[in-house]
Design a protein around this ligand. Sequence first.
Ligand SMILES: C=CC1=C(C)c2cc3[nH]c(cc4nc(cc5[nH]c(cc1n2)c(C)c5CCC(=O)O)C(CCC(=O)O)=C4C)c(C)c3C=C
Ligand SMILES: [Fe+2]
Length: 479
Amino acid sequence: MPTKCHHPRLRPAFLPACVLFLGLFPFSPALSFRLHDSKLLDGSRLRPQRRGVRGVRGVEAPELTALSSEVSPSSRCTSSGVRSPPLSEVEGKLGVLFLNLGGPLNLEGVEPFLYNLFADGEIIRLPKGLKWLQPLIAFVISKARAPSSREKYAAIGGGSPILEYTTQQAAAVERLLKSRGIRDVEAFVGMRYAEPFAESVVKEMLQSGVKRAVVVPLYPHYSISTSKSALLSLMSERSFLGLPHTVVPHWYQREGFVEAVQGLIKKEILSIPREAREKEGVHVLFTAHGVPESYIEEGDPYKDQMEHSVALIAEKVQRSVPSSRMPLSHSLSFQSRVGPVTWLQPYTDDEIKKLAEEGVRNLIVVPISFVSEHLETLEEIDQEYREVAEEAGIRHWRRVPALNLDPRFLRDLADLVGDALQSVPVRVEEALDSSCCPALVRSVESALGFEVGGGEGKKGGRVVGVQKEMEEREMSLQR
Ligand SMILES: C=CC1=C(C)c2cc3[nH]c(cc4nc(cc5[nH]c(cc1n2)c(C)c5CCC(=O)O)C(CCC(=O)O)=C4C)c(C)c3C=C
Ligand SMILES: [Fe+2]
């Protein structure tokens, strides 16, 4: 049965049990993060994102051909069951569902958001026999963490910009699809830990007449803790399973994504004064949200995909910056660890200090695991890590903005939907299997050094606030 996805009032008698459990917590990593059957959570009220525009049904335009030379993951990610036809052959209104994590809109929303996060059986993984403790643990941890978490959200203006960015991204993709001939299409946003909850949005989709759906977790790389968790929330809405649909489980390998990130990196590299970058070189540090190591040991493809992703982007960066007078190196590290267990390493703060000790003076930091600005970019990287870097001796610090409303990225998201329509559908049940798409999950050597040349120095733009950036991106999309 789904657990109610709300911050509960616990009876005092439960509290000693929670405290007892948490007392064990630091000494029992195996207990605190272990593989088990997934647990579903239920959402609460829905705030529908946008009203659908009704028109001619089911028209796919030829320009929806992939820009990417890669085979769409959908066509590879199959099980041995009976195949449904591609969704392009199904008539009726198309719904595009973007799944994301969500975030608190204000400081009052921080504790309920944390509760929902820690009540997720894919975030705190309890053995089967202890699952009944999940709501209690979520209650205690969210209470304990809320004050420090609230401080962080206060430092970025009092709430998370995730919903705003995601809504704008979805609206832009809907416009692009319409402009390409899919007139009867509506994009939806469904969140995991905050409103609008995905479970409710799915109901809205069905009520609004959607007859086929493309589901896109807005995480380029698959992780049990993010993509799988988001997809599980769909399983609790049984009527969704009767809807012809396809899921794009991961999409970091798409050329459009790689090129969009590369473009943003190149801009920051060129913003470092020419003399400094040619004399001292530049280091590009890719930083991804971490997961506990135990996830990887239990089959989460996240680390392999991340390493592959970094190698693909680094290669493009190397090729994109002409001449060869500037030594350019790169590495990957992991941030935002929580709790007492070991997370993926190296940790980003340690990596920054190590790089500075090794003589790096010009540092480009690239948040790679998430496609919009959020707490970890605006507070952890821009404030905490920047201070670490400056104290360690980094002279030129640049943070690459998240993809947000980058036109290349948005075009690729629209292409991705087009590719998904043409491919063999991947059902949500299939995409829950983290070993789905083995051909795309391969380890590659990361941290390859490479040399690129420089151009004229330009001042790099920092993140200037959601509203301003949205206006700029919107204008650029319209041009
Ligand atoms: C790819 C992205 C992410 C992965 C992987 C991920 C795993 C993961 N996260 C936690 C714990 C927390 N995450 C929190 C916020 C948060 N996490 C991500 C992304 C990934 N998490 C995002 C986008 C956000 C939202 C930020 C915002 O702007 O609102 C938080 C709350 C913030 C805080 O108190 O630090 C926690 C806690 C775990 C345990 C985990 C893997 C198991
Ligand atoms: Fe997280």
